[in-house]
Design a protein around this ligand. Structure first.
Ligand SMILES: NC(=O)c1ccc[n+]([C@@H]2O[C@H](COP(=O)([O-])OP(=O)(O)OC[C@H]3O[C@@H](n4cnc5c(N)ncnc54)[C@H](OP(=O)(O)O)[C@@H]3O)[C@@H](O)[C@H]2O)c1
Length: 301
């Protein structure tokens, strides 16, 4: 496993991470086996959020990591306030809320510190200074080690990039979602790591059949992308998933590719695909996908 420094932090995270969102919260046993197997393989970076399963996903990690919490890098997120008994959630990045939310997350995660605390979105109308001051306070108090954001709004993430000490931004990025690319240089220059999520496009680049558009890609575009992934994989003697991972990992801005895993079979495929990467380390695959339309963010610029 290759471990990358996340931005300018001291966090050395595995180049592939495990996203908790798809784990079966109701099956501790299956989830535990998935998390442990991922760790045994070398994955030390796990991502969750207070919102996933309305706290259930954090509780799951808290249970599974008991006794070996210090061996992993645990990331969670804040900003979406939900209340028991009330459907939906509201955006709340206020200091008073974050200070209470972090305590709740720490309790659910069964830990006294969070390695990476991420603002789960954000808008230009948020009180930027207050948010940054709150995260800094949490660092000073040892509740969190570092903070980052998860944003695909250029006018939001660029502000944090330029005016705060974030170490990371989580962004959807894949062969089908190249929108972040135009900003990769800025992330590298500012020593802020990009965490890529959605590299498989929820499976559309693998075996899931698309019946509707994905972003601005038509069903035909998606099919073409999938065929290209398969062809390149065959040519290089690796799986489609290895190609999907490599497309992301070849970008210097990307610190880790976070994959959502629901079943043990999916994890096994992910690990097998990662193993295959060693055999194609010297290949450059970007050019194989040049005929696909490159997308750009249209809003929040
Ligand atoms: N705004 C945010 O901060 C944000 C948003 C989204 C995600 N995330 C994080 O990023 C992680 C990954 O994101 P994601 O789940 O959106 O994207 P993803 O990793 O591209 O997609 C995960 C889904 O892909 C499918 N899959 C996994 N392995 C597969 C395989 N071998 N073959 C076919 N399909 C496979 C599964 O779908 P099925 O369950 O249908 O089988 C799984 O739920 C999440 O777990 C979460 O931690 C953060």
């Amino acid at each position: 496993m290759k471990y990358n420094r996340l931005g300018n932090s001291d966090l050395l995270i595995a180049e592939i991470g495990l996203g908790g969102m798809s784990l079966p919260n109701d099956s501790i046993d299956t989830s535990e086996r998935i998390i442990r197997k991922a760790f045994d393989y070398g994955i030390n970076y796990f991502d969750t959020a207070d919102l996933y399963g309305r706290g259930a996903n954090e509780i799951l990690f808290g249970k599974v990591l008991e006794g070996w919490r210090d061996k992993v890098i645990l990331a969670t997120k804040v900003g979406n306030q939900w209340q028991d008994g009330i459907e939906g959630w509201t955006w709340n990045p206020r200091k008073s809320y974050i200070l209470q939310a972090v305590e709740q997350s720490l309790k659910r995660l069964n830990t006294d510190y969070i390695d990476l605390y991420q603002l789960h979105g954000g808008t230009l109308t948020d009180n930027f200074d207050e948010i940054v001051e709150t995260f800094e306070l949490l660092v000073q108090h040892g509740k969190i080690r570092y903070y980052g954001i998860s944003s695909i709004r250029p006018n939001v993430f660029r502000k944090y990039l330029q005016q705060s000490a974030i170490v990371s931004n989580m962004m959807q990025y894949s062969i089908l979602d190249t929108r972040p690319e135009e900003f990769f240089g800025e992330f590298v220059d500012n020593e802020v790591g990009v965490i890529a999520r959605g590299s498989m496009a929820q499976g559309l680049l693998l075996d899931k059949v698309s019946t509707k558009n994905y972003l601005d890609h038509t069903v035909a575009d998606i099919q073409q992308a999938k065929s290209l992934v398969d062809d390149v994989g065959k040519k290089l003697g690796v799986s489609a998933q290895a190609i999907v991972l490599k497309y992301c990992l070849d970008k210097p801005a990307i610190s880790s590719v976070l994959s959502g895993i629901r079943t043990m079979e999916q994890l096994e495929q992910l690990l097998q695909s990662h193993t295959e990467l060693a055999g194609i380390a010297d290949e450059r695959i970007e050019g194989h996908f040049s005929m696909l339309p490159k997308l750009q963010y249209q809003e929040h610029r």
